[in-house]
Design a protein around this ligand. Structure first.
Ligand SMILES: Nc1nc2c(ncn2[C@@H]2O[C@H](COP(=O)(O)OP(=O)(O)O)[C@@H](O)[C@H]2O)c(=O)[nH]1
Ligand SMILES: [Mg+2]
Length: 338
């Protein structure tokens, strides 16, 4: 298993087709014959051929560093696949590896025929052909290289998750206070805003307790919809919710501004369906501005679902410590079991 795919991909260079061609064309004129003697002219032709293939193969050496999809946690694969399906990434890598084998054969063949050409003109013609065919193979791989680059950037931009340490995921509808919570309890500098849909990425903050380093995952707000109806931002949340939690904190907004309790409860039920009841903890947030009816309704629903329930305000910090302590305890239990 690849430990930290985002960090890994940040450090490999995937060239563009143009970059490879340009490098060949730049280095090519630098080659000069030692003299006008036929032996040296023939040597020059061979050097030109070799230089071209060497540069191309060298630029393609990144292919050996491309990790198999199976070596990456599905969390990263699914998130990156929102930009570039990982099957396409792997098909492109495999295709380019075959092309590289073909290039190696061509190199051998052209080296042999240039060396044994009957005249210098013939040698030059064969060299041109050998170089031309190599470059056109590179140009034809433009799409495949670009696709691998896009996949690389997609993975590189994801948050790194340490699956050897406990993970707390925060979920809920837009504006429930998810980012506020993550910001409050961890190092993450996430954006908190009064308008919904501020959080467009999965963010991770950290805090230490005992000998463990807890990860707190902020997710984009989700609505009561099925997977097929989710937009890309909501899908990111759904993927994090599916793959990351040792424990999941679901936040209700019980203030006037919040979504209806019915609607929030439906989202909670969807979340439970994905992560299982055992991992879900509920907190009613914004108790400083709570609407009594809403609190009662939410309490009723959560009780029916049989989930642990807390009340808190991220504004006054009331009840926050209790929620956090409980999450830490549960996350550690789940984590050890895992
Ligand atoms: N009154 C009150 N407002 C809160 C509380 N928690 C968060 N908010 C506000 O609710 C809005 C949305 O918060 P945010 O953390 O961005 O929600 P998210 O969309 O779930 O990440 C912000 O304006 C917060 O300041 C709370 O406990 N009480
Ligand atoms: Mg947010």
């Amino acid at each position: 298993m690849l430990k930290d795919p985002p960090n890994y991909f940040r450090h490999v260079h995937v060239p563009t087709a143009d970059e490879i061609v340009k490098k060949v064309l730049k280095r090519y004129p630098e080659l000069k014959p030692k003299s006008k003697r036929p032996r040296h002219i023939l040597e020059l032709e061979l050097n030109r051929l070799n230089l071209t293939y060497q540069i191309i193969l060298d630029k393609l050496s990144f292919l050996d560093q491309m990790p198999k999809p199976e070596s990456m946690h599905p969390f990263y694969l699914e998130l990156a696949s929102l930009a570039v399906p990982y099957q396409k990434y792997w098909a492109a890598v495999s295709g380019l590896r075959r092309m590289r084998e073909k290039l190696k054969e061509m190199w051998e063949d052209y080296r042999a025929v240039v060396r044994s050409a009957v005249s210098l003109e013939e040698a030059a013609r064969l060299r041109r052909e050998g170089v031309g065919r190599a470059l056109s193979l590179v140009k034809r791989s433009r799409g495949a290289l670009q696709l691998i680059r896009d996949f690389k950037y997609a993975v590189a931009s994801l948050p790194s998750i340490d699956f050897t340490q406990p993970r707390i995921v925060v979920a809920g509808m837009p504006s429930a206070g998810k980012s506020s919570f993550v910001k409050e309890v961890s190092t993450a500098d996430v954006e908190v805003a009064s308008y919904p849909f501020t959080t467009k990425q999965v963010h991770v903050g950290h805090f230490e307790r005992g000998h463990l380093r807890y990860q707190v995952v902020d997710t984009p707000g989700i609505l009561d919809r099925q997977w097929d109806e989710l937009n890309e931002v909501e899908r990111k949340a759904a993927i994090a919710i599916r793959h990351l939690p040792n424990v999941l904190l679901f936040l209700y907004d019980v203030s006037e501004e919040g979504f209806g309790i019915e609607e929030q409860s439906k989202v909670l039920e969807n979340v439970i369906r994905v992560v299982g009841k055992d991992k879900v903890v509920v907190a009613l947030n914004k108790m400083d501005a709570a609407v009594e009816d809403r609190v009662r309704m939410a309490e009723q629903r959560v009780k029916e679902l049989g989930l642990p329930l807390f009340k808190m305000s991220l504004k006054t910090k009331e009840g926050l410590k209790e929620v956090l302590d409980y999450l830490v305890k549960r996350a550690e239990e789940e984590f050890v079991r895992e």
